[in-house]
Design a protein around this ligand. Sequence first.
Ligand code: 3HC
Length: 699
Amino acid sequence: MGDIVSYERIGDVGVITLDNPPVNALGRDLRAGIVAALDAANADPEARAIVIRAEGRTFPAGADIREFGKPPEEPWLPEVCNRIEESPKPVVAAIHGTALGGGFEIALAAHARIATRDARVGLPEVTLGILPGAGGTQRTPRLSGAQAALDLMLIGKPLPAERAQAAGLIDEIAQDGDALDAQALALAAKLAASGGAPRRTRDRREGFADPLAYERAVREWREKLAASPLPAPKKIVDCVEAALLLPFEAGLEFERAAFEDLVNSPEAAALRHAFFAERRAAKPAGIEGAAPRKVERVGLIGGGLMGSGIAISMLDAGLPVVLIERDQESLQAGIERIEATYARACARGRLSEEEAGLRLARLTGALDHAALGGADLVIEAVVEDMDIKRDVFARAEAAMRPDAILATNTSYLDVNALQAACAHPGRVIGLHFFSPAHVMKLLEIVVAKDTAPDVVATAFALARRLGKVPVRAGVCDGFIGNRVLTAYRQAADEMLEEGATPGEIDAAMRAYGFRLGPYQVLDMAGLDISWARRKRLAAHRDPGERYVEIGDMMCELGWFGQKAGRGYYIYEEGSREGRENPDVLVLIEELRRSKGIEPRSFTQDEIQRRILAAMANEGARLVEEEIAARPGDVDVVMIHGYGFPRWRGGPMQAADQRGLLQVKKELLAMAEGNPKAWTPALIFDELIKNGMKFADLNG
Ligand code: 3HC
């Protein structure tokens, strides 16, 4: 059994304890240990029933994802589940924490399940591009019917214990961890006392009681998924359908075949990559041993769109916020913006009036910076202007406690320069939120030259508290995300100039998996935003750089996008759905003529290849410049801040999957028209010649 599974007898119940930190993932040793402990329990003449429980923070949170994509090692998880189910002595699963994926499948194979009130159970495999492969698709619907089983497996969200009980998936609830063990022992003893063979989940039919409802749930989900590019959800529906139609053993084989098809698919590899990349990004180097400072009160300077979103994000996490504005009118507008967001959440049923009231009660407003004196963290979210931000920083520093942290929510500006002007540079950091800040998950944590390690540690701890996905970024113009975005837009603009239309480029990127194409996003954000930045940078622009003027030409005409009713698309009054703007096509044509460019057509594949190469090249440069610590960090930023399809894994993972040699060739072809932008980063040759991928740099 080894160290990670132990067996003991308590009274006449054999207790198997799993102890494989941090999350009791079901790696080979744990699986082998469970089988050995089960054998021991069944061979123990004094044990009449068996309890499977776990030490540490959780019941198994799933198969060990690190084993996927490698040759499987026996005993396989489906076999372990079958052994549990076939145990001649009744088996009770005692669940605390989260029983997820294979962890919940073990519990489903047991003869009864008991969970603490705060436990959650789920089958989130779909989020990894696979399906429950240890009988979950066959056992769950036998207990809960198709609707609950499909919701659990296709939405992928764990259920609180009480809801799982209502769905027939849990038998008993225990008040807490202490009660769990005693109650599990009692339940096991009761099952043993009831005599006869244990009730096996494979033989249960409660979930099949209404075959018409079962078939309807299958049909409805199948229709909903018809347009999905992903294979896993469709196969889950097939498996749940098979549960009703096939004998159990055949259903298991059907599930196994589907699982094996999926586990080696590029989508599953990309989703696994995203899972681990997010976790690596949350643990940056350089802060080992640094204890985060306490953050119990937040000061926020600027209640505009960004500032109010940041405030909501803090209030949602239980943090009191004092909002500072320059005059009463702006302060009132900021507070009203926050109130309106909560009112909308209540109207949509996402939040109770009572909860909204509690959150708003944590908000205060002030005009005087002196109100920042009690804050542990102050964030400025004023306009993107270096002089204004410097001034705001100086006034904030004068009012703040010397140990409080001072953060800037800049998207582009030089945090080193802002820091250098401060009396306490070590406390200065960039916190780059994405709009709307209370919704978007990404938080770029910009570490400047003299930022103290415990300030960085505090920012990462805060991100976790806010439910954000943090990524460390170094200081440069645009940090990680906006640098890659600039390359994306440049590649798209060059194709526009060479013959593609905005509609074609947007359609190609939607087909790739983005929800919106680059020109739809520009229209939505407002073309004037990037125009202002281009004007700011114009004086420093290299005259040898290829520059596509189309955005400037449109802005000069006042075609700022959705808010102006006209941008790359035309928007009827009050509508966000645009139709292609024919006048833009005329402008582009003029531009081509003025530059002597003969237009040609682009296939969707070519558009996607060029954009992917552009993004991966910029990501590679960011890694070379140590702005991004690893390629995986670039992927996390693009997935959570810029709509890159998660199932493609981010631009660096997608480049790995396409093959770095192919991506480099693409870049060389693009570089003929713009060598400065598209000459491949040096790292390409380094990796290619060593037979490596970007993933090998993730550590
Ligand atoms: N396999 C391997 N490692 C895992 C893992 C898993 N299933 N789940 C979590 N881990 C690792 C994480 O990578 C992390 O490692 P690190 O410390 O080296 O970075 C560590 O465990 C802690 O994880 P988190 O940082 O995510 O801790 P949280 O407390 O925030 O969350 C959790 C805990 C809710 C359990 C979350 O980790 C989670 O959702 N895990 C994945 C659950 C899942 O998808 N299970 C299904 C797996 S597939 C499967 O079971 C197939 C089967 O049907 C055959």
